[in-house]
Design a protein around this ligand. Structure first.
Ligand code: SF4
Ligand code: SF4
Length: 715
């Protein structure tokens, strides 16, 4: 296995992953996930980064040595479809495999492979660990993995955010997969990925291979091929054998949990992922102890799909009302449980979306409110409801008072490019080119650069998916006066932009301009490597594929590579691309390393240089407030968060002047903007030299002396 070891794997993480039988593992959710995989005897692991699962990819990269020792084959897949297709190894062979990616965007990309995998079924356990990115803080379309599990008939685990429960789900997930010949999805919300805790570890298990016979005589079984008539048999097998086998396994092995309580005429059925939130709300309402013992009985579904019908009936029997906790829409669980109760002739009232919102995350305040409403309508008359309703009333009151104090509306704080980001100058260049060429349609893609759609740039009329920006421009191009500009990162380019966009454009002889923002990493997901990540950036394992050469191999003739920060050249090249008579795809590669990654990479190097007496120069920019006109065009054209305003110390200037904060990294963009857009010449650059040469020290002293003489000082 070739794994880049560019990151420093935390010693503590490594030690936890090596924990033996009976030792206590102590860390956070995602490390526990990897430990769970190691304890399960997986033969192969694949995956693609994306929150909230990116950290899992980082851990796997850093755990290369441990994985090698166990004989586990690991690949960091080119996209989620490639990762999901890896699970094909488990169709014919009794080998366990796992893949990790973000859902639902990654599940969308992987859908074809997932459908085929679920149709054929598996011999070896196949686990998809999915980062469920739904709700507040999510940056993607608001859909849920549940729909994919239902339509493909994959089983969906949603363990309680507790390390023991997560690791059990992984181990039992493989067993469930094998017992029912079905791939299993395990969804982890962001809090589950980062929850901390302990569990009793087991020994890591080496990868199981195939028999010597199968090694030299690969299995062919047409029954496992997704073609007619096999697919008709697959569908029957899913319903007649696999689903009942799964339900039996879930029941027999008690994958779901029941927590009894004395208020036994009511109950709560919650997806495992919401369990902690539900118990916390009950604690605040005086209905659960600090150690989590609830007075309201709880049926915790660590398996979201399929439901074990008789378990549901057993829990609901004798209860007048049950609350269903399942965020988002459609209300899959509520509808399914309603159906089970009707078929089982139970008259228990189901309460769900009457008290909870149809859309949005079930945050603490939402859970408090929904549970309080349920209890107001359904709890026994003997229960004092004052402490139950008080917490949500208190939160409502606080929110109301905050809104009052802040005025009409609390302003939304939008994300923006980091200070010194190499992508910001490209957006400025597009704005400046637009002034000369006229307005053009911009097709956006996924990555840090999607922030071009926000202020101050507001560019990018559509976002259709990762690597799909160019494809999304193909029908807009012919109806527009000017060529369409597509913005795509190097991450999107390798993920699918090359195959989906570039190949399609070249094959259809489409016109258009593609700007590839080559920052060197999958920056938005935490700086994972890409095929074009260079050796210098990420260490020996980086392949460093060349985007320009790749494009030329695909017959793209107009390809220019420029430094992202060279605003003048970028504006000129954009104008050329937009006005040239040359037909076909024009590609500009804006080359600039992600500033955040560069800072992390360079800081230890610079510290070492300073320590060893080597010369280090740190630049930053500032604004001469005597020259600043207070027009603020520089801010509107740059948007750098280090560039802001302050009150002028000149009493004759009523408007605030621009100023640069200490967070400036000296990228020089604001100065270039002022020059290129012919703004006031108020920007100046300073350089802080550490371990300066003797000549530099002498020159600095001479300068200071000269300045003091000119100011009439003598000291
Ligand atoms: S992470 Fe890197 S590429 Fe993304 S906004 Fe920050 S500096 Fe720019
Ligand atoms: S030089 Fe200007 S644009 Fe660059 S980081 Fe500093 S303030 Fe921001």
């Amino acid at each position: 296995m070739e794994v880049p070891h560019g990151r420093t794997f935390l010693c503590q993480g490594s030690a936890e992953l090596r924990k033996r039988d009976g030792e206590i593992f102590e860390s956070e959710g995602i490390l526990a996930v990897v430990k769970g995989l190691l304890q399960s005897g997986v033969s192969y692991i694949g995956g693609y980064q994306g929150a909230p699962i990116s950290h899992g990819i980082d851990v796997l990269k850093d755990a290369g040595e441990i994985l090698d020792d166990l004989g586990i084959h690991v690949e960091f897949s080119g996209n989620e479809a490639i990762a999901a297709a890896m699970l094909g190894a488990s169709i014919n062979y009794p080998v366990r495999g796992a893949v990790l990616f973000k859902s639902t965007v990654g599940t969308n990309v992987a859908s074809d492979a997932i459908s085929n995998l679920c149709s054929a079924g598996v011999k070896g356990g196949a686990l998809m660990i999915l980062g469920e990115d739904y709700g507040d803080g999510s940056a993607i379309i608001q859909e849920r993995t549940y729909a994919f599990a239902l339509k493909s008939q994959a089983w969906l685990l949603d363990p309680r955010p507790d390390l023991e429960s997560i690791v059990n789900s992984i181990e039992q997930g493989f067993e469930l997969s094998e017992a029912s010949s079905t791939p299993v999805m395990l969804q982890l919300r962001i809090r589950a990925c980062h929850v901390t805790g302990t569990f009793v570890a087991k020994d890591n298990r080496p990868a199981t291979g195939v028999s010597a016979e199968a090694k030299t005589d690969p299995i062919f079984d047409f029954a496992n091929v997704c073609l007619p008539p096999s697919v008709y048999r697959h569908e029957e097998d899913k319903m007649q054998r696999r689903l009942p086998a799964a339900k039996k396994f879930i029941r027999d092995n008690k994958l779901n949990e029941v927590f009894e309580g004395d208020l036994d005429k009511i109950g709560i059925i919650t997806l495992g992922g919401h369990y902690n939130g539900v118990v916390r709300a009950l604690q605040l309402q005086g209905l659960a102890s600090l150690d989590g013992q609830s007075r309201v009985p709880i049926y915790c579904l660590n398996v979201a799909y399929p439901l074990a019908d008789d378990e549901v009936l057993e829990f609901c029997a004798g209860k007048s009302a049950v609350l269903i906790v399942e965020e988002g829409q459609p209300a899959y669980l509520e509808d399914a449980i309603g159906g089970i109760l009707r078929r089982g002739d139970l008259q228990t009232t189901i309460v769900g979306k009457q008290v909870f919102p149809m859309a949005g995350e079930y945050r603490g305040d939402v859970l408090l409110d929904g549970i309080a409403k349920f209890l107001e309508g359904s709890s026994p008359t003997t229960l004092d409801l004052t402490p139950v309703t008080q917490p949500s009333a208190h939160v409502r009151d606080l929110k109301g008072r905050a809104a009052e104090m802040l005025g009409a509306e609390v302003p939304i704080r939008l994300p923006t490019f980091c200070t010194g980001c190499p992508e910001r100058p490209v957006m400025t260049a597009l704005k400046l080119a637009e002034k000369d060429v006229g307005k053009f349609h911009v097709s956006s893609d996924i990555g840090c650069h999607t922030m071009s759609t926000l202020k101050p740039f507001n560019m990018g009329s559509t976002v259709l998916g990762y690597g799909l920006g160019l494809a999304a421009s193909s029908a807009v191009g012919p109806i527009m006066e000017r060529p369409v500009v597509t913005l795509m990162g190097d991450g999107g380019f390798w993920h699918s932009g090359l195959s989906n966009g570039v190949v399609n454009h070249v094959a259809n002889q489409n016109d258009g301009v593609l700007v590839i923002l080559k920052n060197g990493y999958s920056a938005a997901t935490g700086h994972q490597t890409l095929p074009s990540t260079t050796r210098e950036q990420m260490g020996d394992g980086a392949p460093g594929l060349d985007i320009a050469k790749t494009l030329k191999a695909f017959d793209v003739k107009w390809v220019k590579t420029l430094r992202s920060y060279d605003l003048h050249a970028m504006v000129g090249t954009l104008k050329d691309a937009l006005t040239t008579k040359t037909k076909g795809l024009k590609v500009i590669i804006a080359d600039g390393e992600c500033q955040l990654a560069k800072a992390r990479r360079m800081k230890p190097i610079e510290r070492e240089r300073i320590k060893t007496g080597k010369r280090v120069v740190q630049a930053r920019f500032d604004v001469d407030e005597n020259v600043c006109t207070g027009d603020h065009s520089c801010i509107r054209l740059s948007g750098c968060p280090s560039l802001t305003i302050k009150d002028s110390s000149d009493p004759l200037k009523r408007d605030p002047v621009a100023t640069v904060l200490n967070t400036c990294v000296g990228c020089g963009h604001c100065g270039e903007v002022a020059h290129e857009a012919i703004l006031c010449p108020s920007f100046y650059k300073t350089e802080q030299v550490r371990n300066a040469s003797r000549f530099e020290r002498f020159a600095a002293r001479a300068n200071r002396w000269m300045i003091s003489r000119m100011q009439g000082r003598t000291g």
